[in-house]
Design a protein around this ligand. Structure first.
Ligand code: AMP
Length: 204
């Protein structure tokens, strides 16, 4: 299997927003564990049911569930040339499990200070028809779309604080883990969507 790319960073860093462009540039399909879990929740599957309590509380879903989900997804034909992981891995055991099944060619670390995260997440909206992500201030949905955008249930200020705490405790140590393996590429994520996208594109 050809190399995969990992999009790494705190919640609200813009991973999902940049994923489309990187996916187009590289031809690698986006694999977002958050999107897969939300799909399982809305379909009412057993896995969705198990994951929901953790997600609503802003906690990480147990590694065993996530690793199972990813192993299944990587069996799909479109994963053969490597994929673009968005929101995975989020713990060292997940990264270790991933290293057993694919080769990671680069980890793009989108760095955004905590102060900016809350504003970004609380203003975030999604178009349920296209999956496109908007922001009430930074990327307002066009007329016609603004009527139907929705806010994620875990995008409230209170839940964001828990998600940030989970990020600092469990996910941030992965930056060092990947850095030691020579795979970490740091990107200043605290700019406009276009500037951050250009910074990533110029380095890929
Ligand atoms: P996201 O859309 O990536 O922010 O993910 C939303 C929520 O899904 C997170 O707050 C976690 O509860 C759960 N989740 C997504 N990806 C992972 C992962 N790799 N490991 C553990 N939990 C995850």
């Amino acid at each position: 299997m050809a190399g995969s790319i990992v999009l790494f960073g705190p919640p609200g860093a813009g991973k999902g927003t940049q994923a489309g462009r990187i996916s187009e540039l590289t031809g690698k399909p986006q694999v977002s564990t958050g999107d897969m879990l939300r799909a399982a929740v809305s379909q009412g599957t057993q896995l969705g049911h198990e994951a929901k309590t953790f997600m609503d509380a802003g906690l990480l879903v147990p590694d065993s569930i996530i690793i199972g989900l990813i192993s299944e997804r990587l069996k799909d034909e479109d994963a053969v040339g490597g994929v673009l992981f968005d929101g995975f891995p989020r713990t060292i055991p997940q990264a270790e499990a991933l290293a057993e099944i694919v080769s990671v060619e680069v980890v793009i670390s989108m760095e955004v200070p905590d102060d900016s995260i809350v504003e970004r997440i609380v203003g975030r909206r999604m178009d349920p028809q296209t999956g496109e992500i908007y922001h009430i201030k930074f990327k307002p949905p066009p007329e016609g779309v603004s009527m139907r955008v929705v806010q994620r249930k875990d995008d409230t200020e209170e839940t964001v604080r828990s998600r940030l705490a989970a990020y600092h405790e469990q996910t941030a140590p992965l930056a060092d883990w990947y850095s030691k393996r020579g795979l970490l590429m740091r990107i200043d994520g605290n700019g406009s969507i276009e500037d951050v996208g250009n910074a990533i594109a110029s380095k890929l």
